[in-house]
Ligand binder design. Structure first.
Ligand code: AMP
Ligand code: MG
Length: 350
């Protein structure tokens, strides 16, 4: 290499270095542990102090929500569940719980009860009210499952009058695990806007909401393969959207050497089989999260109808063989890794 070429190479390296440094000053990222998962926040284009203060605010909000809405640890929701199981009227002290109940009931109806946060007892019976799923235990008895199914706990059993809550059915136990992260992401993005931040991602363990852009480029989000080993596809976010994935690779238990998913079919009381992951994009994170769970329960035969009923426009589903189903609007948006392209089936439009 002659002197001239060397100088040019140095200048190019220096320029790239400056560009990278410039970018990293714009992007602020932090992670913290809450909701039993790693939450990551990325903020673009504001001073570091403003970004850090905002991230601390969100982390604090999430900690409060974590305890208020936890399905099995002490807090407002477990107090409410305790009152329901003993047939008491409960006076809401945590007002934030009311809109959660209202939205949960709405999604329960929209999904024909496939998203049913009243089945906490079934979820507990299958051993999912536990942080550690590796310990061995007996599989639930078919009699216990049948008994709970006969009692048919549903969101329609709950009556709310002012700040008083009562359930006609003592078998109701609320578990908001299927939509709490999407709901929390909605609140976090709304809070960031209030704090003057309009370009950000809030990612709660693969359940995320993004707003704005990363400089001139859209936020590009990866969707993990259900086997957890690599990024299956990527999607560019348009404006403000949530992208939520339900996957039975995240939480499962083994009984007699067989894997059982943490998503339970409220009609049978059995963990679902069929789809290993369901990804939804929607502007409403709570809806996308509820729908990701509902479509997993609906399975290959019924997901399309339930998605339409819930007003979902972008869906990607992966079955146990790794076949990917996408509706045409989603197919236009997902970019698969060329060297790892799966078998893809384009479905009827939604
Ligand atoms: P997700 O990862 O969003 O699909 O949520 C799964 C979690 O939702 C589980 O860990 C349970 O706490 C809860 N859950 C399981 N099955 C259902 C269901 N059919 N309806 C509502 N919540 C459910
Ligand atoms: Mg969900």
């Amino acid at each position: 290499m002659n002197q001239n070429m060397q100088t040019r190479t140095y200048i190019i390296i220096l320029l790239i270095g400056l560009l990278v440094t410039g970018c990293s000053q714009q992007l602020h990222q932090q992670q913290f542990y809450v909701f039993g998962t790693l939450v990551g926040i990325s903020i673009w284009g504001v001073p570091e102090k403003q970004a850090n203060e905002a991230i601390n605010t969100i982390a604090n909000d999430f900690q409060i929500m974590h305890y208020s809405f936890h399905a099995w640890k002490p807090g407002a929701l477990s107090d409410l569940n305790q009152a329901i199981s003993t047939g008491q009227v409960w006076t809401v002290t945590e007002l934030a719980l009311l809109p959660v109940l209202e939205q949960a009931t709405h999604f329960y109806h929209q999904s024909n009860g496939l998203f049913n946060p009243a089945v906490g007892q079934l979820i507990n019976l299958w051993g999912f009210h536990d942080d550690d799923l590796s310990n061995t235990r007996q599989s639930p008895s078919p009699e216990k499952i049948a008994k709970l199914i006969a009692l048919a706990p549903s969101m329609d059993d709950i009556e709310i009058q002012g700040n008083q809550i009562y359930s006609r059915n003592r078998a109701v136990q609320l578990d908001f695990g299927a939509f709490a992260k999407g709901y929390a992401a909605d609140l976090a993005i709304a809070k960031l806007h209030q704090l003057g931040i309009h370009n950000a991602i809030v990612n709660a363990g693969g359940n995320l909401k993004a707003t704005g852009k990363k400089g001139d480029n859209p936020w590009l989000i990866g969707i993990r393969h259900p086997n957890g080993e690599y990024v299956l596809a990527a999607v560019a976010i348009r404006g403000e959207e949530s992208m939520i994935t339900s996957g039975n690779y995240e939480r499962f238990r083994e009984y007699n050497g067989k894997r059982y998913s943490h998503i339970i079919d409220p009609r049978t009381g059995m963990p679902v089989q069929g789809f290993t992951s369901v990804t939804i994009i929607d502007q409403n994170g709570a809806l996308a999260d509820a729908a990701s769970t509902a479509l997993t329960v609906a399975g290959l035969e019924n997901w399309h109808r339930i998605a339409q009923q819930m007003g979902i426009k972008y869906v990607m589903l992966v079955d146990e063989e790794g076949t990917v189903y996408v509706n045409p609007a989603m197919a236009e948006r997902v970019q698969f890794q060329p060297e790892k392209k799966p078998k893809i089936i384009i479905t009827e439009p939604l």
